[in-house]
Design a protein around this ligand. Structure first.
Ligand SMILES: [Zn+2]
Ligand SMILES: [Zn+2]
Length: 411
């Protein structure tokens, strides 16, 4: 008999096809802890258990060795039970504890998809989802969203920045002295891609910036999990499903800062920022995208910050004449009908970490961008980028004493 301590409930954070391999990340917790939660009848919550993260990379043909039933469609955000083997049978996975850092090798003997068509599973799925629902932490408050909107004024905003955070994404809209007024993602390379982001960046919060989160993938908010002061800010986040680790982070923001859950509206705009609800199904495609409009007259520039969302899932894009772009999904493959926005002499930035496990950015995708007019490319491994046509590299308010946001690349 396998000891119950080796079984987990795992939320599928990510399932990515990389060549002939499938990469999985599970946000999990012990099945024993689930029993404790159930027995407590609401006295304990998911923040009282320790999340465990698993990273698994297997060849397509090996999927059946570990998955009891595998349906490659709609895998993300499903709940599973994961059973580990003590006898080195099954497939190798990396196990990380809640603080992201300790990596041990384990053997997974089986993974079972909880199936809503089965009565027992249906109740468990419903319970697991409700335990991790972001709606427990925040209300969909349109009034506070309007406050955020009016707090962002054009006069002193100069450029969009893209920071070097390894295999992840962290963007901002900055004043002349490189101070972020608004962040869009505060991520970074983590788990299997931690080596791409060995020194955590110090971010500037001197202007009390608000933070928009594109979507709930770890590489888009990892930096903020490491720095309590970033959790004290106001965060506007998409309403997506998360696992225990994601929920714990959201809980910390709700406790020490402010968490605003994006309401059921398609967009907000104030002429400087337009935040757009993406309309795809997958997590990457169903979060928030941002268009930033800066400058006057012929220097006016619209820059699109899509997070990882493929362009066809961002409604209303055609109304913006784009001159700046952060390549979606770290410049990775964007499918056979990519619908890349067309421009002339466009400024494009790629945010990724060297030697990441996904092979981002893809050569083919970069060629496609050039064909669509995105001729001027910069990449974050060469340093922080200001997506703007400027003659002189902008200065940094603190001179680099308090933060690591000095701009290294302009266009
Ligand atoms: Zn993503
Ligand atoms: Zn990403």
């Amino acid at each position: 008999m396998i000891a119950t301590t080796e079984s987990y409930y795992g939320f599928i954070e990510k399932c990515e096809l990389v060549g002939e391999d499938l990469e999985f990340i599970f946000d999990s917790f012990l099945a024993d802890d689930y029993s404790r939660l159930v027995a407590s009848r609401g006295d304990l919550s998911i923040v009282d258990v320790a999340p465990t993260l698993f990273y698994l990379r297997i060849h397509r043909s090996d999927v059946k060795r570990v998955f009891i039933v595998f349906n490659p469609l709609n895998v993300e955000s499903r709940w599973t039970t994961i059973t580990l083997s003590t006898t080195k049978q099954g497939v190798v996975a990396q196990k990380f504890t809640e603080d992201w850092s300790i990596e041990t090798e384990v053997y997974v003997s089986s993974i079972y998809f909880l199936d809503a068509r089965r009565r027992d599973d249906k109740a468990t799925i419903r319970h697991l989802r409700s335990l991790c629902s972001l709606n427990l932490l925040a209300v969909k408050d349109i009034a506070s969203l309007s406050d955020v909107k009016t707090s962002i004024r054009r006069e002193n905003l100069r450029f969009v920045s893209v920071y070097d955070v390894g295999q992840g994404n962290a963007n901002a809209v900055c004043t002349e002295d490189s101070r972020p007024h608004l962040y869009f993602d505060l991520g970074g390379g983590c788990l299997q891609n931690r080596k791409t982001y060995q020194t955590l960046k110090r971010f500037c919060i001197s202007s009390r910036p608000v933070v928009f989160l594109s979507h709930w993938d770890f590489d888009h908010y990892f930096s903020a999990t490491q720095v309590p002061s970033l959790q004290k800010l106001t965060w506007i986040v998409p309403d997506q499903q998360v696992g225990p680790q994601g929920f714990k982070f959201a809980h910390r923001v709700a406790q020490s800062g402010k968490l605003i859950l994006w309401p059921e509206i398609p967009t907000i705009t104030n002429g400087i920022i337009s935040v757009i609800q993406c309309t795809g199904k997958r997590r990457n495609d169903s979060g928030l995208a941002l268009v930033v409009t800066l400058g006057k007259g012929r220097h006016r520039r619209n820059t699109l910050l899509p997070g990882d969302c493929r362009y066809r899932h961002i409604p209303g894009l055609s109304q913006f004449k784009l001159g700046g772009l952060i390549a979606c999904h770290h410049g990775g493959d964007i499918g056979t009908r990519p619908q890349i926005p067309v421009t002339q002499n466009g400024l494009i930035a790629y945010s990724f970490g060297v030697h990441n496990t996904f092979g981002h950015p893809s050569r083919g995708t970069q060629t496609l961008y050039r064909k669509h007019g995105w001729q001027n490319a910069r990449e974050t491994p060469q340093g922080n980028i200001a997506v703007e046509n400027i003659k002189k590299t902008p200065a940094l308010a603190c001179g680099g004493r308090k933060c690591d946001l000095v701009i290294r690349q302009i266009y």
